[in-house]
Design a protein around this ligand. Structure first.
Ligand code: UD1
Ligand code: UDP
Length: 378
């Protein structure tokens, strides 16, 4: 049987994760895979650039949901995804990560009945097999919208593909049956390894007047860090001390841009290079040559680990603990004094050079092989 699969992506990190999966699934005769773009992110710099640079096939379907509050955005995704399932009748739906598009489409799928049954793991079923890639991550912080999305998506998914070994412990602790999950590695790192040569040709360092090892790279977009102008100003104030020692490059996420303007934070252009969000290849080039990276991004914690670049995470917790135990990541929190200390430690410590197991460029292949095993010929 050819497995008809709908893959879903909606926000920047989703595109980077879905790229290798689409490449593998499209050339695998066991699958007929189509891509749905929810439109959660729509600016060219948060969406189209990744399709262009990473060779991701154009979406087959676009839901064009746009921005909104959590509930209105998730509801809009659900309303627009349900008719897609009715028209497409997929055997499986695959979602990645922890954004609103992830839970919105998973929740629709989990309650959807197909016109015709099919056989999966020895039983007849009418609901599409729900697949979650990057399952099992937990920050144990319910104030993070992504934590709610992760827990709910895992609960209603049939197949849980785990990237961080801690994910296995988390799922076991939650009582998830062993046959529902598998450790497969990290699809975001599939993309990184495949793009390294192209990124090495990026002219971004010269364009921004930077030399390898001579600057720090900053990203901030978590609501807890950027939505309150005072919290954002305090965080940037702590980083400004480092900017006095080395230039800080800061590609600004649109959520943060809106708050930066409101907070009236002055980032001295003699010390800071503030840019729009960057394309993947330029950003990877900048990350790989940075002296230090300061971030609240999930994906960037993983990428710095693989690149061996010191990373200071400006959060109280991380759902990606392997980046600390085996990688180059340090959890600083958000207090200025703690940030200073973490920066000094990061600058003083030698790179670890260790890469977590299966972060080897083949995670998407493992997922395709594992997924296909459960479907039976009609
Ligand atoms: C979302 C994800 C977050 C992820 C991040 C990656 C959720 C709950 N959050 O956060 O987990 O880390 O994407 O970048 O799903 N905007 C634009 N242009 C766009 C998209 C958004 O200007 O193309 C602005 C809008 O003002 C919007 C705001 O950014 O209200 C936030 O966008 P949204 O997708 O709601 O959340 P993110 O902060 O991007
Ligand atoms: N990224 C990028 N350009 C930027 C900032 C980040 O291409 O200006 C990439 C980064 O390399 C990583 C992904 O975007 O692959 C991380 O996305 P983001 O930080 O928005 O979301 P999170 O991972 O926190 O959910």
């Amino acid at each position: 049987m050819v497995i008809k699969l709908l893959a879903v992506a909606g926000a920047r990190p989703n595109f980077i994760k879905i790229g290798p999966l689409m490449r593998v699934l499209r050339r695998d005769p066991r699958f007929d895979a189509r891509l749905v773009h929810t439109g959660q992110h729509y600016d060219a710099k948060l969406s189209q650039v990744f399709f262009d640079e990473l060779g991701i096939p154009a979406p087959d379907l676009e839901l064009e949901v746009g921005s909104g509050s959590h509930s209105s955005q998730t509801a809009e995704i659900m309303k627009r995804f349900e008719p897609v399932l009715a028209a497409e009748q997929p055997h499986a739906v695959l979602v990645v990560g922890d954004v609103n598009s992830t839970i919105g489409c998973a929740l629709v799928t989990a309650k959807f009945f197909l016109d015709k049954p099919f056989r999966y793991r020895g039983v007849e079923r009418r609901r599409p097999v729900m697949v979650h890639v990057e399952a099992g991550l937990r920050s144990f912080d319910d104030d993070m919208p992504e934590e709610i999305n992760r827990k709910l998506t895992d609960t209603i998914s049939d197949l849980l593909y785990v990237s961080d070994p801690a994910g296995l412990d988390n799922l076991r602790a939650e009582g998830v049956a062993e046959e529902r999950f598998a450790f497969v590695g990290n699809v975001m790192i599939d993309t990184l390894l495949a793009a390294r040569e192209a990124a090495a040709r990026s002219p971004v360092l010269g364009d921004l007047g930077l030399v390898p090892g001579g600057y720090g790279l900053v990203t901030l977009h978590r609501p807890s860090n950027v939505d309150d102008p005072q919290a954002l100003a305090r965080l940037l104030g702590a980083l400004d001390e480092l900017a006095g020692r080395m230039r800080l490059v800061f590609p600004v996420h649109p959520r943060t841009r809106a708050r930066l303007d409101g907070a009236r934070v002055a980032l001295d252009p003699a010390r800071w290079t503030v840019t729009d969000p960057l394309g993947y290849l330029d950003f990877l080039r900048l990350t790989s040559q940075a002296r230090i990276v300061l971030t609240d991004s999930g994906g960037v914690q993983e990428e710095t680990t693989v690149l061996g670049v010191p990373c200071v995470t400006l959060r109280e917790n991380t759902e990606r603990p392997v980046t600390i135990t085996e990688g180059t990541n340090r959890l600083a929190g958000t207090e200025p004094e703690a940030i200073r200390k973490a920066i000094e430690e990061a600058l003083a410590s030698p790179a670890s050079g260790r890469v977590p197991r299966y972060w080897d460029g083949r995670a998407a292949e493992r997922i395709a092989d594992h997924m296909s095993a459960g479907f039976e010929s009609a």
